[in-house]
Design a protein around this ligand. Structure first.
Ligand SMILES: [Zn+2]
Length: 270
């Protein structure tokens, strides 16, 4: 399946001035940075490119924490501690076989030593918006993507998932009209996801995109709203960005730049 991926774009944010990330300070950054890999683009999903292009097994070699979706847009993907989980539109959460395929994902290679190093960020939020503001205050460099892992205790939460689609695939804005929303009043679990700067517009959703997985692995999905007390386990700048693009299939013919995409992302992801 990996043969479908021809083009690898690697952007390493490491050239330049001493104050920026460099080969020399890489060693000291071991606990505070990590490498990001993106499969396809979110805009390809907007344009109905739901065909899996990398297997879960292959994706696990590229990251240990992350988010995405599955072949035919079958649910929300949560990668947690090297395992991949699927939050289905039925409400159930299942562990995913290595042979399942994935059309879009963002994953980061994060070691246990980085999780153990943790952060000093904790508190309570009344809304997702409050949480975003609290995290943003702790980002020192707004112009690099960040991976964020946040533990929640007794959270009040609303998540969504989407059902698998059949060809001819409808556009994502149509699919989310039938999204399934799940709520929980008192749940423990972890939010995993990414912050992308505005200049990533065109290849991803900018701002925060987070998925939830409960501690008992029975509840999860794409985060819509949350409140409760939290502890940030990791907030890691991603100075290295690797993007894998499909060689063929729907992606090759899709219209991947459209001014309407920004508005559509607000409708489908927020
Ligand atoms: Zn999502």
């Amino acid at each position: 399946m990996i043969k479908k991926i021809l083009l690898t774009i690697t952007a390493a944010f490491l050239l330049a001035a001493p104050t920026l990330h460099s080969a020399e300070n890489k060693a000291s950054d071991k606990n505070t940075s990590s490498k990001l890999t993106q499969i396809s683009t979110l805009q390809a999903l907007l344009e109905s490119c739901y065909e899996g292009i990398i297997t879960a097994g292959e994706l696990k070699k590229l990251g240990t924490y992350g988010i995405g979706t599955f072949n035919d847009l079958d649910g929300e993907m949560i990668m947690y501690n090297g395992e991949i989980y699927k939050a289905r539109a039925t409400g159930e959460v299942v562990k995913v076989e290595d042979s399942q395929t994935i059309p879009f994902a963002n994953v980061s290679l994060i070691g246990q030593e980085q999780i153990a190093a943790g952060t000093e960020i904790s508190g309570s939020c009344g809304s997702f918006s409050d949480l975003k503001n609290a995290i943003l205050k702790n980002i020192k460099n707004y112009n690099v993507p960040h991976c964020v892992i946040i533990n929640f205790n007794s959270a009040k939460i609303r998540v969504r998932s989407v059902p698998a689609q059949k060809r001819p695939y409808p556009r994502l804005v149509e699919v989310v009209k039938n999204q399934k929303v799940f709520e929980n009043d008192k749940i423990n679990g972890v939010l995993i996801g990414f912050y992308f700067p505005k200049y990533f517009q065109g290849i991803n959703a900018t701002g925060f995109h987070l998925h939830f997985l409960s501690t008992d692995k029975n509840f999860g999905g794409h985060l819509l709203e949350i409140s409760g007390s939290y502890n940030v386990a990791a907030l890691l700048p991603q100075y290295e960005f690797n993007m894998l693009l499909p060689k063929e299939g729907d992606f090759a013919k899709a219209r991947l730049y459209d001014k309407a995409h920004e508005k559509e992302i607000n409708r489908v992801e927020k």
